[in-house]
Write a protein that binds this ligand. Structure first.
Ligand code: A3P
Length: 317
């Protein structure tokens, strides 16, 4: 839960001031997402767009080095446990954000009011990816079931000790961001609190607002849009290469994207469940899980969430 000074989440505690005062460079590019919206996918795409589609140049490098998490990295500066976690993310010892060459690619799941002040002040580039919240709920439930959350789940706390095997145990907590949902979704941020501020700024010159569902429908067009936004010229061949390398099937066989070491040693993912970072992918997966009643409840709450906004998400294709 957020208090005035700290943000606590699965595995770290971080001072709000420290993030707010983070030194942003004018040419930084921030990837911002609500968890389970396609962050891993975008972390594969962005370095390739930046380097003109040179796949060899990123082979063997952790995606958490190519596009580091702002909040993980800042908490690792002070927290030896987080530094240990970073080893499992295949981040080398001594890695620091201020040593990265410009332009830096950085990623964060934090909602807008907790981000560094200078993002707004310096109008740095922000790429925001939104995904429909029904599929996010399914993806989050899978995540909760698959991971043991590095011991942060307190078995003395009734809401956390639940097995969450059934979606109906997780669903009410996801809607209000309590219990386990609050832990995996960063201090209880609800979907609309994350997405809407960026939707409202989608016409700003420094903001590119993308939808996961559009990436599913036409990845090539999205890669071109990203390249234009990043001021990178890509040949047609490079766009094709990036599209092929970042296809779901290709990423399913990409150890760096799957984050196998981190999944096994930090999240404690059960082997039979596979990586939650590249799992099934697609649009409308919720239809296999949500009951009619759950769907009606979701629709009602969703209408409340987006009241007054003209944002339209795609829930099925
Ligand atoms: P599912 O759990 O619905 O399969 P994040 O990286 O933000 O945690 O998001 C993870 C979600 O993005 C997972 O969704 C994962 O399968 C999906 N994803 C990852 N790579 C993808 C790709 N190349 N194409 C489509 N979806 C992808």
């Amino acid at each position: 839960m957020v208090d005035a000074e700290t943000i606590a989440n699965a595995g770290f505690k971080l001072s709000v001031d420290k993030i707010k005062n983070f030194e942003v460079r004018p040419d930084d590019i921030f990837l911002l997402t609500f968890p389970k919206s396609g962050t891993t996918w975008m972390k594969e795409i962005l370095p390739l767009v930046m380097n003109g589609g040179d796949i060899d140049a990123i082979t063997g490098t952790s995606r958490d080095v190519l596009v580091p998490y702002l909040e993980f990295q800042l908490s690792a500066d002070d927290d030896p446990i987080m530094r240990e976690v970073q080893k499992q993310m295949l981040i080398p010892d001594g890695f620091a954000l201020d040593q990265l060459q410009s332009p830096r690619l950085l990623v964060s799941h934090l909602r807008s009011e907790f981000l560094p002040r200078a993002i707004e002040e310096k109008r740095v580039k922000v790429i925001y990816v939104a995904r429909n919240p029904k599929d996010i709920a399914i993806s989050s439930h899978y995540f909760v079931k698959a991971v043991q959350l590095c011991g942060i789940v307190d078995s003395n706390e009734p809401s956390q000790a639940k097995a969450y095997q059934d979606f109906s145990e997780f669903f009410p907590e996801f809607l209000v961001m309590k219990g386990i949902a609050q832990i995996v979704h960063y201090h209880g941020t609800r979907w609309h609190e994350h997405v809407l501020p960026w939707w409202e700024r989608r016409h700003d010159r420094n903001v590119l607002f993308l939808k996961y569902e559009d990436m599913i429908q036409d990845l090539k067009a999205c890669v071109r849009q990203i390249a234009k936004f990043m001021d990178v010229r890509l040949t047609d061949g490079a766009v094709d290469k990036i599209r092929d390398h970042c296809s779901f099937q290709s990423m399913k066989n990409n150890k760096m994207a799957l984050k196998n070491t981190y999944c096994t040693n930090v999240l404690g993912v059960k082997a039979e469940e596979g990586s939650p970072f590249v799992r099934v992918g697609g649009v409308g997966l919720w239809k296999n899980t949500l009951t009619v009643a759950q769907n009606e409840t979701f629709n009602e709450i969703y209408q409340e969430w987006i009241k007054g906004s003209d944002l339209e998400m795609t829930f099925e294709l």
